[in-house]
Design a protein around this ligand. Structure first.
Ligand code: PLP
Length: 392
């Protein structure tokens, strides 16, 4: 038998293990110092009360003969798909519930969606990037072309007319850079994809952090996007579901390539390879979209947004170039005094007892930059920024 040789082309991912090792070493040598992490991309606020209650009620239903349920609706329960469609309606986007697919989170669908495309495609990926886009395309043997985020373009790379991609990954608000595309910039991407016959995979995992009403929080707010884009979203950051697991993917019926409706292909793929998210968790997810659930989860988003504002304010005060932080839980900043990402990581850890994520870990385009996240505790974030200020 032969293995998938593409897996041998993957680089080992040492980013988070290297960070953890350095922090362990520092703590072992300095047991009395408190190290504050602004490095994690995981949430820390607990599930909203409305979500917990819905999960408990659903668990009770599952334990009673009359309300027990076995296999669920293949695309996800209609009550949840309808709730997602109504959430989109509030953004001015009309979706049929059949265009919404419930998932166990964005990561799986970002990877699995490649099943419906032929191998050997040309894939346009931003650099720096959320590593999943890169690695999943290496796994299937696609040809990867990069579009560079830079200080000059505000880490919002724009289409390159020299390249004709088949698949384009966009993430806005972006991980790791926190940068957010404007409507006119996304319109350029949509026009470019339509012209090339490409499909945009739009990762909207952080859409809930957009507060500026003029910024798009869904690609379907852009003309023509339903003819060229799949949107992948998650409740991980929206409602603290990183451990609970639920998300949704939108595949419009008007998205057609090579004469095939991608919605039908994705349905076929999902019904063959995926048996859905549990009823209990889908009930919890539906509670996110109720009035009560929205109020409770939004208050957690405000909590994180306040942390991001504290970080951004400190960077501004020190005259350090940064993106993100306002409509995003990530703040991406230029390492001062020409430090490399890892050099500045060490300085931060050793002299300020603060952990960030070295930008170089997200691709060559991240060298010389760092990422702070706003997902931590408010007091600790404040303390971390006080320590940070003392570096200068
Ligand atoms: N997309 C981006 C840009 C992310 O940063 C993450 C997680 O950090 C994901 C997707 C995955 O989210 P999920 O927990 O829904 O799988």
């Amino acid at each position: 038998m032969k293995i998938n040789q593409n897996y041998l082309s993957l680089n080992d991912s040492y980013l988070f293990s290297s960070i953890a090792q350095k922090v362990r070493d520092y703590k072992a040598a300095n047991p009395n110092k408190e190290v504050i992490s602004l490095g994690i991309g995981d949430v820390t606020r607990p599930l909203a009360a409305a979500v917990v209650q819905a999960i408990q009620e659903a668990a009770t239903e599952m334990g009673q003969k009359d309300t027990f349920r076995g296999y669920g609706e293949e695309q996800g329960y209609h009550f949840l798909r309808q709730a997602v469609a109504e959430y989109y309606a509030k953004k001015g986007v009309t979706l049929d519930a059949d265009e919404v697919f419930i998932s166990d989170g964005a990561k799986s669908d970002l990877a699995n969606v490649l099943d419906i495309f032929a191998g050997g495609q040309t894939v346009l990926i931003p650099n720096p990037v959320y590593p999943v886009y890169h690695d999943t395309n290496v796994m299937v043997g696609n040809r990867i072309v990069y579009t560079d985020g830079t200080e000059k373009n505000g880490f919002l790379p724009m289409p390159d007319p020299q390249i004709t991609p088949d698949i384009i990954y966009l993430c806005s608000p972006n991980n790791p850079t926190g940068a957010v595309y404007s409507k006119s910039q996304l319109q350029e991407w949509v026009n470019y994809a339509l012209k090339a016959g490409a499909v945009i995979l739009f990762d909207a995992a952080y859409e809930v952090f957009i507060r500026d009403k003029d910024l798009p929080s869904s690609i379907y707010q852009i003309n023509g996007a339903k003819e060229c884009a799949i949107e992948i979203c998650s409740l991980s950051k929206t409602a603290g579901f990183t451990g609970t697991r639920c998300g949704y993917t939108v595949v419009p019926k008007s998205l057609v390539r090579s004469g095939a409706q991608l919605n039908k292909l994705w349905l076929r793929r999902q019904t063959t390879k995926f048996n859905g998210v549990s009823y209990i968790i889908q009930k919890g997810a539906a509670a996110v979209f109720t009035q009560e659930g929205q109020a409770q989860t939004r208050s957690d988003i405000t909590y994180y947004a306040n942390n991001a504002a504290v970080i951004t304010k400190t960077l501004n005060k020190k005259g350090i170039w940064s993106t993100g932080g306002i409509n995003s839980p990530y703040v991406w900043f230029k390492c001062p005094d020409g430090y490399s990402s890892w050099q500045f990581f060490d300085k931060l850890l050793n002299e300020a007892n603060v952990v960030g994520t070295p930008g170089a870990g997200f691709g060559s385009g991240g060298e010389g930059f760092m990422r702070f996240t706003a997902f931590g505790n408010a007091e600790k974030t404040l303390q971390a920024m006080k320590n940070f200020e003392k570096l200068f």
